[in-house]
Design a protein around this ligand. Structure first.
Ligand code: 13P
Ligand code: SF4
Length: 304
């Protein structure tokens, strides 16, 4: 089958299987093109929670499919590549977090959705890059524990009066973006605004005109009168940015902004996944029961 035939057959199979195709904003262009819905972690979690379809195919990484499985427990949740993980999520374990919590008794744990279900189960509430500051400020406590992303946590700490105890994890992809990369891009495109994901290192974020989640970047690019943008996040975001704003220019400050895990899923993988209805993602019932509460608490935090 050529690529076009493969795409048509994926659509046919998705209809037959009553499957909803979700794709994160970092997925390959052809996967984003064929998905029912593309979005950031928060938007996709909410879609998973609200769908009437029987099957959810999550083109993303493992923790995202786990969240979908917990928010839609009566659905069959599939991850086309079982090996698509997230190195940042792997930087904290449930046991490690229990030890960390013991050092700050009473402080609630706010865990970034980029984490395993077992870590969520040890937490009090989840957050995404789109709602992190809102979630932290919604808590009555004076001190909070933030895990696993130290860069997102530092960004939150700058936006809240709370005392933040920060776990030392990071995203290897965003960590690769340097101040020198941004300065070089600025020198070449002095008119461009720099928008950055909060997973970038603090020194890089200091240079940003706008800090937001991946979906926040679509809104910013669309509504800003600027005509050029330096993009501080994974390169998969360029697909929709360029398609939705054909008159604007988007500059990736370094070709190192690529997440190998997000790029694993191919059309062939998606096709096979719909044919075989596997690999299925499930979460043990005891962990799911506790972790689901942390996700639901997050979804219940009022929007501004
Ligand atoms: P958002 O899509 O929520 O901004 O998350 C970025 C990310 O790194 C997902 O792996
Ligand atoms: Fe994990 Fe970073 Fe890849 Fe997102 S971009 S999946 S945080 S490694």
């Amino acid at each position: 089958m050529n690529q076009e035939e493969l795409k048509q057959d994926i659509r046919r199979l998705a209809r037959e299987r009553d499957a909803l195709l979700l794709a994160h904003n970092y997925q390959r262009d052809e996967i984003q093109e064929i998905a029912d819905i593309t979005g950031d972690s928060l938007a996709l979690s909410m879609e998973a929670a609200g769908t009437h379809r029987r099957v959810i195919v999550f083109c993303g990484v493992h923790f995202m499919a786990e969240s979908a499985a917990m928010l839609a427990p009566d659905k069959l949740v599939l991850l086309p590549r079982a090996d698509a993980g997230c190195p940042m999520a792997d930087m904290v374990t449930a046991e490690g977090l229990r030890e960390f919590k013991a050092r700050f008794p009473g402080a609630p744990v706010v865990t970034y959705v980029n984490s395993s279900a077992a870590v969520k189960a040890e937490s009090d509430i989840c957050c995404t890059s789109a709602n992190a500051v809102r979630v932290v400020n919604s808590l009555p406590d004076r001190e909070v524990i933030l895990t696993p992303d130290r860069n997102l946590a530092q960004y939150i700490a700058g936006q809240t009066d709370k005392i933040c105890h920060i776990w030392d994890g990071y995203c290897p992809t965003h960590e690769r973006l340097t101040v020198a990369d941004v300065q070089r891009a600025r020198a070449e495109h002095p008119e461009a605004l720099f928008m950055a994901h909060p997973e970038c290192p603090p020194a890089v974020l200091e240079l940003a005109q706008h800090i937001c989640s991946t979906s926040g970047m679509y809104d910013y690019a669309r509504t800003s009168p600027a005509k050029a943008f330096i993009v501080g996040t994974e390169m998969g975001i360029l697909y929709r940015l360029r398609r939705e704003n054909p008159d604007k220019q988007f500059i990736l400050p370094t070709s190192r902004l690529i997440c190998p895990n997000m790029k694993l899923t191919s059309l062939e993988d998606l096709h096979k996944c719909l044919q075989t209805l596997s690999p299925q993602i499930t979460v043990p019932a005891d962990i799911a029961a506790r972790a689901r509460v942390t996700l639901e608490r997050m979804l219940a935090v009022p929007r501004d």
